[in-house]
Design a protein around this ligand. Structure first.
Ligand SMILES: NC(=O)c1ccc[n+]([C@@H]2O[C@H](COP(=O)([O-])OP(=O)(O)OC[C@H]3O[C@@H](n4cnc5c(N)ncnc54)[C@H](OP(=O)(O)O)[C@@H]3O)[C@@H](O)[C@H]2O)c1
Length: 422
């Protein structure tokens, strides 16, 4: 046991906070003492674990409280009381542990400055992929390596929805409402399905891996993914996943979140359900793959407690975070890659040549083409699926805007990017 126990003040006893208290009681770390709990509901928790604990009915009272070494912020949100108490703690030269990806990604630079000035730390293992220790992997294990790129599935809710749509043959809205009932999606799942949550996590990964404080990540979500496209992709040997990708090369930073087709053979495509999966590519370690639960009370609390234990035992420092890199962000328009396109057209001659004609103007070449049976008798409508060879995104967008205005096009063309990870 340490001579002086590490005193922690916990703010917010919701899903993760309750999980942390259960874990603390089970783990019984003799070196950790809960000196304060701020909770709007749990104003007095019983048991010997809390005999030295001061209870506050609102986290704002922590602003006038100093008897702690580590603030554990588990309220959430990138403004309001969560931001106030974190900045207050860092100004008081206290360490902070948080699961709050929105706050860490938005105020990364400010927090780095405050921790440097005040010689303290902010730790956030739980903020990215709850049950996968990805921050430690990048910050500690791979510190000697140059990281080239990181990509993967960073949001379990959207992964669950896409997996379930295909396996149970149901459309997006039905699976989303089932996911809410099963507790896999929150009552307001906007940030999970529109890619915001994944972009917060990707911003943190870019910061720790490349020293790039990237605020505005181009993100697209899964809200417009159709069951039909999941099925066609399946027959073509792909799965559709919501991908987060960050890559730093020659001071150019690619940082995107979008749904895309991935070969079924790739590591990421095999990760279904609520699981998260992350691949880190580095110069000496090559390819390191991680899979685990991305959220939930206990996986997330495990990450929170591992940060607390770190602070109680070691005095780690990380040079990467202190040396911010200069970078130029790569626009999605400049993406070079392959595409999946689904056209709804009149069923008549001249359609393929009309599409091919526009492709030619924008230097796009077809890789494969199939015409899907619409299943309707005497239908005058055709579904044509084309995959392309590598082309420039801005060329593809220009071609599609021309094609969508052609007289034989019945509905706006569905397009998805294809990523060729092995
Ligand atoms: N849930 C997960 O699986 C997961 C995974 C990874 C990261 N995270 C992150 O962890 C953080 C917490 O998430 P969560 O799921 O545990 O959220 P949650 O269940 O909503 O818990 C937040 C708690 O904070 C309390 N709170 C709000 N304002 C407060 C105040 N002024 N004083 C004291 N308590 C206050 C809330 O109380 P009321 O109930 O009274 O509003 C609630 O109990 C978020 O940043 C989230 O992004 C969560």
């Amino acid at each position: 046991m340490l001579k002086n126990k590490l005193k922690i003040a916990i703010a917010g006893i919701g899903t993760v906070g309750s999980g942390l208290l259960d874990l603390l009681k089970k783990y019984k770390d003799q070196n950790i003492e809960v000196s304060a709990i701020a909770s709007r509901k749990h104003t007095k928790l019983k048991g010997k674990y809390f005999k030295n604990t001061t209870f506050f009915k609102d986290a704002k009272y922590l602003l006038d409280f100093n008897d702690y070494d580590v603030l554990v912020e588990l309220i959430g949100g990138d403004s309001g009381i969560a931001k106030l108490i974190v900045i207050d703690a860092l100004n008081k030269k206290k360490n902070v542990v948080t699961a709050n990806k929105a706050l860490v990604s938005r105020y990364w630079n400010d927090f780095q400055k405050l921790t440097t000035i005040n010689n303290c730390k902010i730790k956030f293992e739980a903020a990215v992929a709850g049950g996968i220790p990805i921050i430690k992997v990048i910050d500690e294990f791979l510190l000697s390596n140059k990281i080239k790129r990181i990509y993967g599935i960073l949001n379990g809710t959207s992964n669950y929805i896409l997996s379930e749509m295909l396996s149970s043959n149901k459309e997006f809205n039905k699976i989303l409402s089932d996911a809410k009932k099963l507790g896999y999606a929150e009552s307001d799942p906007t940030f999970d399905i529109d890619g915001t949550d994944a972009s917060h996590k990707l911003s943190i990964l870019s910061s720790i891996a490349f020293g790039c404080d990237v605020q505005k990540i181009k993100n697209e979500g899964i809200q417009n993914i159709n069951l039909l496209d999941l099925k066609i992709a399946d027959t073509l040997g792909y799965k559709i996943k919501l991908l987060g990708l960050t890559e730093f090369d020659n001071n150019n930073l690619k940082c995107f979140v979008y749904p895309c087709l991935l070969s079924k053979d790739s590591f990421i495509a095999k990760i279904d359900g609520v699981y998260n999966g992350i691949v880190v590519e580095s110069d000496f370690c090559k390819k390191s793959c991680f899979v685990g639960e991305g959220a939930g009370a206990y996986p997330t609390a495990t990450s929170v407690l591992s940060d607390i234990i770190d602070l109680s035992q070691r005095n780690l420092d990380n040079s990467r975070k202190k040396n911010l890199s200069k970078y130029k962000i790569v626009n999605l328009d400049d993406r070079l890659g392959c595409y999946y396109l689904r056209f709804s057209t009149d069923d008549k001659s001249g359609v393929i040549s009309g599409i091919a004609n526009e492709f030619k103007k924008f230097n796009i070449s077809m890789k494969s083409m199939l015409q899907k049976d619409t299943g309707k008798v005497n239908s005058a409508e055709a579904t044509i699926v084309i995959t392309t060879h590598t082309c420039l995104e801005k060329n593809m967008m220009k071609a599609l805007s021309k094609i969508n205005n052609l007289s034989f096009i019945r509905q706006k063309t569905v397009y998805l990017r294809i990523e060729n990870f092995k």
